[in-house]
Design a protein around this ligand. Structure first.
Ligand code: C2O
Ligand code: CU
Length: 483
């Protein structure tokens, strides 16, 4: 007797029936995955210097004609920057886009004037040179534009890239670490096309923003990756405007989550499914058998329910093709990093953030209003609540925080590491412990916001400064450039 298909499906995914699932953008996996090149750099008087140019171009995205796109040092996306903990870095950011923009270093602990937020605009034809000392653990970070009101469009056209940080502790671990071979960037974006052009018509920017029906990984449509080692480390980055991915393999194999936004977890966490909202990262290690293939997919989001368009979609993301002979990989260690430590007893202040519509605490972002004045070298508890049932998330610039609780309970193991962006599905309330150790100045704010880019652009963003005990927030209304 054959089981009905629905029974087989529910055996794996209890919350869905086949009728709920809509596979969009079926692909053939006929193109090798593009690996973003490592950015060239040189060391000048102890400073590692990168040169990036934001530019327009055309890219083969699998359409009949090349697609007009934007990129960094190329026509779509940008190179992977890489630096060591302790290094002073400087990035010359040149803007050739034909309009003003910025580059923001998402997840980076750095002075507010170097942050590339909406107060650090780079005019068309101009170059800025933010510089800072890398002072945080090994992690997978990224960069993208942040012009207020235009972020969704600039990211959607293709300006984004990865920024990998290394440190000696991570380097000693027996983890896959050969870039592009067994340590692979996986920048996931969904796109909608009108003919050969990216569809960025106004309608696409309504409500939650763009949900595409075609997935690009590192800019490659229908990608496959030839795997030549027993274990492969995938650095997943959700660089999409709005879509939440629920990553799993088509055969529901288990994989190990080893790192999240801010770096390594205390120990590997075995999972079959992992949800990432826009801006979040995860490093996963997957085991393959000689000669097999498996497909990384996105299932319908379990956390988001059925409340928004796209929550029911199933998308194929990346095919892994294992070689007939695989090089051995050492087994993963049990312990990989120290657990993040922030002491709840150190909390000097609790703040609440209510996400609703396109506002935080009922207010739209205002470039000339400081929403939170934080005292430098203190720990705060930020309580964030989804108050309207739309999909949101919450990102704080400059810091990596600890998720203290989710809906009043201890967070799941995948939230046990440093985070800078946390998914906020319907009804969720999280408590975050945040330590602020970078003095800004009273007039140069950092941002916190929903990373659903349409929401952010429409005003779901606020500003905070980190000042000395006796200082008041100043006027943040003008631009603050480094240098
Ligand atoms: Cu990824 Cu304020 O941004
Ligand atoms: Cu939102």
């Amino acid at each position: 007797v054959l089981l009905p298909v629905a029974a087989l499906v529910t055996a794996f995914a209890v919350t869905y029936t086949t009728a709920d699932i809509d596979t969009v953008g079926e692909v053939d996996f006929d193109r090798p995955l593009t690996i973003p090149p490592l950015a060239e750099s040189h060391v000048d008087e102890g400073t590692r210097v990168f040169d990036l140019t934001m530019q327009q171009g055309e890219t083969d995205l699998g359409r009949p004609e090349p697609t007009p796109t934007w990129g960094v040092n190329g026509s779509y996306l940008g190179p992977t920057l890489r630096a060591e903990r302790g290094e002073q870095v400087l990035v010359n950011v040149h803007n050739d886009l034909g309009e003003e923009s910025t580059l923001h270093w998402h997840g980076m602990h750095l002075p507010a004037a170097m942050d590339g937020g909406p107060h650090q605009m780079v005019g068309d034809g101009d170059t800025v040179s933010p510089t800072w000392q890398v002072d945080q653990p090994a992690a997978t970070l990224w960069y993208h534009p942040h012009p207020h009101g235009e972020t969704a469009e600039h990211v959607y056209r293709g300006v984004a890239g990865m920024f990998i940080l290394d440190d000696p502790q991570e380097a000693e671990l027996p983890l896959p670490r050969t870039y592009g071979v067994d340590d692979v960037p996986v920048i996931v974006q969904d796109k909608k096309f009108e003919g050969s052009e990216l569809d960025d018509s106004d309608g696409m920017f309504r409500n939650n923003g763009i949900l595409g029906d075609q997935v690009l990984v590192n800019g490659t449509p229908g990608p496959y990756l030839d795997v030549t080692t027993e274990l492969v480390r995938l650095r997943l980055l959700n660089a999409s405007n709005a879509r939440v991915y629920n990553f799993h393999f088509d055969d529901h194999r288990r994989y190990q989550l080893i790192a999240t936004d801010g770096g390594l977890l205390p120990r590997p966490v075995e999972l079959t499914h992992l949800e990432l909202s826009p801006g979040e990262r995860a490093e996963v290690v997957v085991a393959v058998e000689p000669g097999e293939t498996t497909v990384l997919r996105s299932a319908p989001s379990e956390l988001s329910g059925n409340r928004f368009a796209g929550a029911d979609d199933r998308l194929d993301v990346l095919q892994l093709r294992a070689a007939d002979h695989l090089s051995p990989s050492p087994p993963l260690p049990d312990r990989i990093a120290d657990a993040p430590t922030l002491d709840p007893d150190d909390v000097v202040r609790t703040r609440e953030f209510r996400l609703s519509g396109t506002t935080i605490n009922g207010q739209d972002m205002a470039m000339d209003r400081t929403d939170a004045t934080v005292e430098v070298d203190t720990t705060e508890r930020w309580v964030v609540r989804n108050a309207d049932g739309d999909p949101h998330n919450f990102h704080i610039h400059d810091v990596q925080f600890v998720v203290e609780s989710v809906d009043g309970r201890e967070p799941p193991p995948e939230l046990a590491g440093w985070k800078d962006t946390v998914f906020m599905p319907e009804g969720r309330e999280v408590e975050l412990l945040v330590r602020f150790s970078d003095y800004t100045d009273p007039e140069t704010p950092y941002m916190f916001h929903c990373h659903v880019l349409r929401h952010e652009d429409r005003g779901m963003m606020g500003q905070f400064v980190v000042v000395k005990p006796d200082e008041q927030a100043g006027d943040p209304s003008h631009d603050h450039h480094e240098a």
